[in-house]
Design a protein around this ligand. Structure first.
Ligand code: HEM
Length: 161
């Protein structure tokens, strides 16, 4: 039931699939991250308006010099959080914390449907990055890890106190 709070354990098998695919993608993080974000904007063009560095820019999105660094941060953070999930026993984010991430996403007006589109774009990006290892189990593992990360951010989406 998608509405209930998620306490599902992330299994060793799921962890292994996430680790294996992340190890194969790591060296191409920048390119994959850019693809990931362009996919988000292809599905939801209006999401561009949320980003300060895209909103008032005349440069086409794919040429915006700020997009790739930002996309890479988000992509690497998402993947590393998935890799850590079982060992940490909870969602962790490097070089930030969930409270700040929640406050930022609240401030910029990120909605549930943006998280959904982003999930779809993430899964498509990984599928295309590692077609030879892609499987329903691998898709599930990434989906589960992403859902837990998104839920953790959403829980903190409120004005900073
Ligand atoms: C900013 C991560 C989902 C939109 C950020 C930042 C990080 C981040 C690290 C920079 C924080 C800062 O500058 O303080 C993530 C992660 C996500 C996620 C790990 C995974 C669930 C989303 C989604 C959207 C979104 C679904 C909407 C499509 C934004 C916006 C900003 C931002 C608009 C501010 C960008 C700006 O400076 O203009 N995110 N994010 N994020 N994120 Fe996310």
């Amino acid at each position: 039931n998608s509405g209930s709070f998620n306490v599902t354990a992330f299994t060793e098998e799921q962890e292994a699939l996430v680790v294996k695919s992340w190890n194969a993608m790591k060296k191409n993080s920048g390119e994959l991250a850019l693809k990931f974000f362009l996919r988000i904007f292809e599905i939801a063009p209006s999401a561009k308006k949320l980003f300060t560095f895209l909103k008032d820019s005349d440069i086409p999105v794919e040429q915006n010099p700020k997009l790739k660094p930002h996309a890479t941060t988000v992509f690497v953070m998402t993947c590393e959080s998935a890799v850590q999930l079982r060992k940490a026993g909870k969602v962790t984010v490097r070089e930030s914390n969930l409270k700040d991430l929640g406050a930022t996403h609240f401030k910029y007006g990120v909605l549930d449907e943006h998280f959904e589109v982003t999930k779809y774009a993430l899964l498509e990006t990984i599928k295309e990055a590692v077609p030879e290892m892609w499987s329903p189990e691998m898709k599930n593992s990434w989906a589960e890890a992403y859902d837990q990360l998104a839920a953790a951010i959403k829980t903190e989406m409120k004005p900073p106190s």
